[in-house]
Design a protein around this ligand. Structure first.
Ligand SMILES: Cc1cc2nc3c(=O)[nH]c(=O)nc-3n(C[C@H](O)[C@H](O)[C@H](O)COP(=O)(O)OP(=O)(O)OC[C@H]3O[C@@H](n4cnc5c(N)ncnc54)[C@H](O)[C@@H]3O)c2cc1C
Ligand code: SF4
Length: 551
């Protein structure tokens, strides 16, 4: 996208503009106001309200929340279900083997953690931020960077009222320019502007590239007899084969609620693999299926998750701004936790910006934030588990498990790893084998009770986009899906997209690539996994996308 044409737009100026109202952006905003109520702070959020686009597990480590708002319990934070049972199973097709706790060091324990809806927690954090004077604009995606004299000076929100063919409708409203002394990018995994910043300022130079997974999730209301409030269950193995990383999570919380989800590492190799169908199949395991008897599925969604960890953390600051949270990538993969690190990095960036503003600075690099991160408990959290992902990618699930356990033990006990710091290898888009060299996978048909199809699932995500707008999945070369991806990889977008956005249709005149953009749940998987790197996800018209509740 070209840099902004900034004249003749309405413009507003703030001390700090934050792109993204997730845990990172909200924690940053709150911390800024706590440090100095006079700092003007604005959050832009592309969802129709705060929390509408937040999808997570979520078992949270409350450490950052407690640092940010020590009396969160008294203030009524929606953090109520303590973890009471913590299980890890290895699945074969018919059996489930509990893995002994001794395999995992204390850093993996969920003692003191809570099962929440991160979407609800963000709504509550949004209220806390507003009560401190933060201005929050939901339904306003930041679409372009303002870069002047080599520094980020703010962002421009997307235009409203542009038709699919590009002409301006009667409802046309030009996007606004939001200028700031510092702009924080808190867009979460694979942020569209964060990706541009990474390239523009070479933020990944000398670091490992970021790695990703796709996480799919359903929310169920269980039959009361099946609910064990506080149960946390993680599983690996079947239905994934040994060369494909990922696994199941299942959390019982609230009033008979169960969050069940499945993560597939996006460095999977078989282009016939379908993460959505793997998730559906995982629920049919006899040890899992019985929990859902008499229950009802009430929510669905999907989102990419960062997996690169310690060695993939980019340079965090650049002139005029910083990446915070999963826009940089702070998920601790073996713990499947990132929200505590997202919040803490938001707070660290806020502290650096508040000090800079106090000193009369603007638009320079907040290098104190990089330093504070390197010394923080976030860096240590990631450092201790830095080899889990590379070992999993190299050795396959079965063999990796004891090595990951051993590596995390030596790291936690002695601060050393037998492996040093391993690299991640190829980027996720480059790992697919050719379709002709890969075994086709046939998935069972959904039964509509325990397993479902994509369209009924997307319906439950509340996804909605204005139909007459430019397609927000931008193809660099519209011919590639049919001329390259179809013959070589059987066009994997048809399978990796969890919302049925991409189809190859043939109405008699040969195959045609169809994009059903209105179904997009903003997971960003296509931007990451397309083997030709031909798809760029850009922000659609404001407020479009999923409307997650309790996710
Ligand atoms: C399936 C799954 C399970 C997980 N389980 C857990 C768990 O159990 N525990 C845990 O701690 N972590 C878990 N995580 C990780 C955790 O969800 C993330 O680490 C955390 O959400 C990152 O917070 P963030 O604020 O950086 O980004 P996000 O939560 O992704 O929030 C980003 C926000 O920015 C908005 N946004 C993005 N781009 C723009 C733009 N250009 N303009 C305006 N708004 C924009 C988005 O709409 C969104 O609201 C899980 C993740 C997934 C996907
Ligand atoms: S189109 Fe891309 S971002 Fe949208 S749901 Fe499909 S894979 Fe995810």
């Amino acid at each position: 996208m070209p840099e902004a044409e900034t004249s003749a737009r309405e413009s507003m100026a703030y001390d700090v503009v934050i792109v993204g109202g997730g845990p990172a952006g909200l924690a940053a905003a709150i911390r800024l106001k706590q440090l100095d109520a006079e700092i003007s702070v604005c959050i832009l959020e592309k969802g129709s309200e705060i929390g509408a686009h937040i999808l997570s597990g979520a078992v949270i480590d409350p450490r950052a929340l407690t640092e940010l708002i020590p009396d969160w319990k008294e203030k009524g934070a929606p953090v109520e279900t303590s973890v009471t049972e913590d299980r890890f199973w290895f699945f074969t097709k018919t059996s489930a083997f509990p893995l002994p706790h001794i395999l995992f060091p204390p850093l993996m324990s969920n003692k003191g953690n809570y099962i929440v809806s991160l979407s609800n927690l963000c709504k509550w954090l949004g209220q806390q931020a507003e009560s401190l004077g933060v201005e929050i604009y939901p339904g306003f995606p930041a679409q372009q960077l303002i870069v002047e004299d080599g520094a980020v000076k703010g962002v421009i929100t997307g235009d409203l009222g542009v038709a699919r063919d590009g002409h301006r409708k009667d409802s046309f409203t030009r996007g606004m320019e939001l200028r700031a002394k510092y702009t924080f990018f808190a867009e979460g995994a694979r942020g569209s502007l964060s990706k541009q910043l990474g390239e523009k300022f070479a933020l990944h130079k000398g670091r490992e590239q970021q790695k990703f997974g796709i996480g799919l999730k359903e929310l169920w209301e269980l039959a009361p007899g099946q609910h064990r409030k506080g149960l946390v269950l993680h599983g690996m193995g079947w239905p994934l084969d040994n060369e494909t990383g990922g696994g199941l999570f299942l959390y019982h919380w609230g009033d008979n609620l169960c969050s069940v989800g499945f993560v597939v590492h996006l460095n999977y190799k078989n282009p016939w693999l379908d993460p959505f169908c793997e998730f559906q199949r995982a629920k049919t395991h006899p040890a899992i299926a019985r929990m859902f008897a008499g229950g009802k599925r009430i929510g669905y969604g999907a989102r990419a998750i960062t997996e690169g960890g310690y060695q993939s953390v980019p340079q965090l600051s650049f002139p005029g701004g910083a990446l915070i949270g999963c826009a940089a990538g702070f998920v601790n993969l073996p713990r499947i936790k990132g929200s505590h690190n997202a919040m803490k990095t938001g707070m660290l960036a806020a502290e650096a910006a508040a000090a800079a503003l106090k000193a009369g600075r603007a638009g320079d690099r907040l290098s104190d934030y990089d330093t504070a991160y390197a010394k923080s408990w976030v860096a240590r959290d990631l450092y201790l588990v830095r080899n889990a992902k590379p070992l999993w990618s190299r050795l396959g699930s079965l063999l990796a498990l004891p090595f990951i356990g051993l590596d995390m033990w030596t790291n936690q006990l002695f601060g050393v790893s037998l492996f040093g710091t391993l690299g991640h290898g190829e980027p996720d888009f480059a790992t697919l084998r050719k379709a002709a060299d890969s075994a086709k996978i046939s998935y069972p048909r959904p039964d509509g009770q325990l397993t479902f199809d994509r369209l009924s699932s997307v319906f439950l995500s509340g996804t909605n986009h204005e139909e007459d707008q430019p397609v927000h999945l931008v193809l660099r070369d519209p011919a590639i899906p049919i001329s390259v991806n179809l013959p070589e990889y059987a066009e994997p977008a048809q399978r990796y997209c969890p919302a049925g956005v991409y189809e190859v249709v043939d109405e008699g005149s040969g195959p045609r690539f169809q994009i059903n953009a209105q179904n997009c749940v903003h997971c960003k998987t296509c931007d990451i996994k397309d083997p030709s790197q031909n798809i760029t996800w850009v922000t659609p018209e404001g407020g479009g996308g999923p409307n997650y509740a309790n996710m």
